[in-house]
Design a protein around this ligand. Structure first.
Ligand code: SF4
Length: 327
């Protein structure tokens, strides 16, 4: 493995929430200090499920990239680009689709799961079945050495590695098999106790203002077995407390645990502590985001510049791939 390159993308779903921050963005910030990073808005991936209503995709990219920039993903340090601006992703996707057995795609666990869960959409399309091939193209078109993944995404990366191996076997060594860079992805719960997700309507967004944040925190589910303040509570059963561990320091948390179990601290006061800690922690980011949002064309400029840089690398790879293919 000859390079220090990382590739990671995010589907544009609009404004990011705390789950994206703790699950992806905080890792990206660490990675950009130590690796040559390529971060992209995966707008073609959006088409695999949103092909019938594409109106919101551009706005979603704008909101998402504003969050990236405000949080410190830095176009001077990382290549930040839009997938659809680098046509080599599609070109390689076509070539890889010729060599990828359908059985590999059908056994992808996400394929069946998503088809069953997204019942309002017809996902019986060629593109949806083939999205792991597009994902493989996204990664190997940069000859990435590593891909940051959570434990649950390892099967996806395995398909990428298998596809790269098959190409190399058929035509000669072109693509390094990218290794998994396992990243910590804490499960962030939404205000109703389910996994935080925009589609569940339970998300606290990175760009929510202080008042909105407080309102959402105050409506968070607590220990449901503690109806009154006079009843002892249990932080381990409390949804709000999962966020205390991300925003409130250890000493204060120890006090909260004692106060909750001893029935001295009420949930309203406890959630006020959380809301204040969250508002204070996120304030610098939110100020920065408001400032960046006032610069018209900023996101477009960053993506155009990043896409130009990405294309230089992707073109080189495609020259190598075409030479190996002899077509
Ligand atoms: Fe949760 Fe705090 Fe209420 Fe205990 S006091 S149940 S930790 S909100």
């Amino acid at each position: 493995m000859s390079n220090n390159r990382i590739v990671s993308g995010m589907r544009p779903t609009g404004k990011l929430h705390l789950g994206h921050y703790h699950g992806v963005l905080s890792n990206w910030m660490d990675l950009q200090r130590n690796f040559e990073c390529f971060f992209f808005a995966a707008d073609w991936h959006s088409l695999t499920t949103e092909y019938a209503s594409t109106d919101g995709i551009q706005d979603s990219i704008n909101e998402m990239v504003l969050d990236w920039l405000a949080f410190g993903i830095d176009p001077e340090q990382s290549v930040i680009f839009k997938q659809s601006r680098v046509p080599q992703h599609a070109e390689l996707n076509l070539i890889l689709s010729m060599i990828t057995p359908v059985s590999w795609l059908e056994r992808n666990p996400t394929y069946k799961e998503m088809q069953e869960n997204l019942t309002t959409k017809d996902l019986s399309t060629f593109g949806f079945l083939g999205y792991p091939v597009l994902m493989a193209s996204d990664i190997i078109v940069y000859k990435a050495a590593r891909v940051p993944v959570g434990q649950d995404q390892i099967p996806h990366l395995e398909i990428t590695r298998e596809i790269a191996r098959r190409f190399n076997y058929l035509y000669g060594e072109v693509f390094p098999e990218p290794a998994a860079l396992l990243t910590e992805t804490p499960k962030v719960l939404g205000i109703d106790g389910r996994k935080m997700s925009k589609s569940y309507g339970n998300a606290i967004f990175l760009s929510d203002d202080a008042e909105e944040t407080r309102k959402k925190v105050m409506s968070m589910v607590t220990d449901t077995l503690r109806p009154f303040k006079r009843d002892p509570g249990e932080p381990d059963r409390c949804v709000a407390f999962t966020l205390h561990s991300l925003y409130v320091d250890a000493d204060k948390r120890a006090e909260i645990v004692e106060g909750c179990r001893g029935a001295q601290l009420g949930c309203v006061d406890c959630k006020k502590i959380l809301a204040q800690a969250m508002v204070d922690t996120l304030a610098p980011f939110r100020e920065k985001r408001v400032e960046l949002a006032e610069k018209p064309g900023l996101v477009e400029e960053v993506l155009a510049e990043g896409s130009r840089k990405a294309e230089v690398v992707a073109k080189q790879t495609m020259d190598d791939a075409r030479a190996a293919l002899k077509v």
